[in-house]
Design a protein around this ligand. Structure first.
Ligand code: IPM
Ligand code: MG
Length: 368
């Protein structure tokens, strides 16, 4: 059988550096676990704009639609701030999400024991934390029409529209309930039903899907602002959180920081199954392109490496191999290896991006 195909889009800033470390891990699986991929690489974001005059070429979009999975680094940089909106690097990423219809964005926030002291919260509050935010990714205010900046009378008006259909809510709710069944069987749905009609509908539809198909899962509802407060007060009360595109964007950054560093967290964006049964899928770190540290060997490759672990689990049915990779990451952290973002008052051994990647590969070797 042909090897599964993997499209790699390193993107901008630290994207190419962290992806370089993922390539080492991919090569390791090919050489040691009989798990080879047909890897191809292409451009997205500012680098695609530099070459093609737009943040995602149509040929790249077509390749992404064909790939068994897409792995993305990060997009964006200050030199692109002056571009008109539809040419900005972020639009390349948003186009991938929208055209691949990747409606369920899984953002785990897991606190590695070795980093519990590194969180801004007390270790007893974050130690052992393991929550999963399921963010709706293809609708809501990110894509709703009408949108734009218009002249009304003698002033400008900025317009965006929060819009959700029943079916959009129901499908992401199902993703959350399905995940909860494989975890601790709890879902908390977050919206602002107190001020937004789209939130009222969100709550109704989640409740209906739950009653009809998932009554074995414990369901609760929270206003998203209170959810943010509860996430900092006692995050371990949550298992799976399901929320809309914009609230999910904010709540997942908040949850990420509970774990100590944004440089640690992976994500999976999943759509409907393809003909081969695999879901349409794109994997990317939660962090951005960090242009301020790009090219200096300071970036933490762990979020991107863990994104590949999610690909092993969700696209390629290799849960055991994903766990092997996660254990290798945990082991290097336990050894005290720290990229710059993880250097706290308690110290550790400072390592560069490539040294971190090499250390993880060495732990993979140890695991054989
Ligand atoms: C994220 C990012 C993106 C978003 C940007 C880069 C478009 O913040 O993936 O969380 O807002 O969705
Ligand atoms: Mg974000």
């Amino acid at each position: 059988m042909a090897n599964p195909s993997l499209l790699i889009l390193p993107g901008d800033g630290i994207g190419p550096e962290v992806m370089g470390e993922v390539r080492k891990v991919i090569d390791w699986y090919g050489a040691n676990r009989d798990l080879s991929f047909d890897v191809s690489e292409d451009l997205v974001g500012g680098c695609a704009y530099d070459k093609h005059g737009k943040p995602l070429a149509d040929e790249t979009m077509a390749k992404a639609q064909e790939a068994d999975a897409v792995l993305l680094g990060a997009v964006g940089g200050p030199q692109y701030d002056v571009l008109e909106f539809k040419l900005k690097p972020e639009q390349g990423l948003l186009r991938l999400r929208k055209e691949m219809d990747l409606y369920a964005n899984l953002r785990p926030a897991q606190c590695f024991d070795a980093l519990a002291d590194f969180s801004s919260l007390k270790p007893e509050i974050v130690g052992g934390l393991d929550i999963m935010i399921v963010r709706e990714l293809t609708s809501g205010v990110y894509f709703g029409e009408p949108r734009g900046i218009e002249k009304v009378g003698n002033e400008r008006v900025g317009i965006n529209t929060q819009r959700y259909t029943e079916s959009e809510i129901a499908r992401v709710a199902r993703s959350a309930f399905e995940l909860a069944r494989r975890r601790n069987n709890k879902v908390c749905s977050m919206e602002k039903a107190n001020v937004m009609e789209s939130g009222v509908l969100w709550r109704e539809v989640v409740t209906e899907v739950h009653a009809a198909e998932y009554s074995d899962v414990e369901l609760s509802h929270m206003y998203a602002d209170a959810g943010a407060m509860q996430l900092t007060r006692w995050p371990k009360q949550f298992d799976v959180i399901v929320t809309d595109n914009l609230f999910g964007d904010m709540l997942s950054d908040l949850a990420a920081m509970l774990t100590g560093s944004l440089g640690m967290l992976p994500s999976a964006s999943l759509g409907a199954p393809m003909a081969n049964g695999r879901p349409k899928a794109l994997y990317e770190p939660v962090h951005g392109s960090a242009p301020d540290i790009a090219g200096q060997g300071k970036a933490n490759p762990i979020a991107c490496i863990l994104s590949f672990a999610m690909a092993l689990r969700y696209s390629f049915d290799q849960g055991d191999e994903a766990a092997r990779l996660e254990a290798a990451v945990e082991a290097v952290l336990a050894d005290g290896l720290r990229t710059a973002d993880l250097m706290g008052p308690e110290g550790g051994t400072p390592v560069s991006t490539t040294a971190m990647g090499d250390a993880i590969v060495a732990k993979l070797n140890d695991s054989l």
